[in-house]
Design a protein. Sequence first.
Length: 185
Amino acid sequence: MKVHYLRMVRRAFRALRHKKLRHRPWWQKISKPLFHRSLWVPCRDTVATGLAIGLFFSMMLMPFQMLPAAVFAMRARANVPFAIAACWLTNPFTTPPIMYGQFAIGNWMRHSLGVPMPQFLQDVHFDVPQVGDLNAASYILGMLTMGVVVALCAYPVVHLFSAILPHHLPVRKRKQRPLGEAPAR
């Protein structure tokens, strides 16, 4: 497993440092924080955070969901490859059941719990044959709820995996810095 991960990381580094891209100033600004080594070395805490970020954005059914997941993972000092790979949870085969589940959870929360939503979202309705009447408020509420729940479930799963197989996902301690000192970038 470790060998496959390291191969994937090397291929990604080569692709991101392509000779046609690396000398462009706009690409250097974007890619410089991305190449920090701690964002690519897997340890329990960075993988858990990266997986949580990626799973949250996988529930946000939008185009190019891997880009905001990678940016947020870089800002949170999380493992970028795991954040990007977690976005692959939603694909053309899994998207329809996930969307239906998001509508169902949103409807349940709106009607049973009485969660208020803006009126302009409640006015947008879709009549889907063999499913029923769906609206944007239920979908957005269900999408956000599923994103938060799935992201929160990532932490215990990763920590349990690390406890069972500590040689695959080690615990690395972060370097302590004196109080008041800014983090190194």
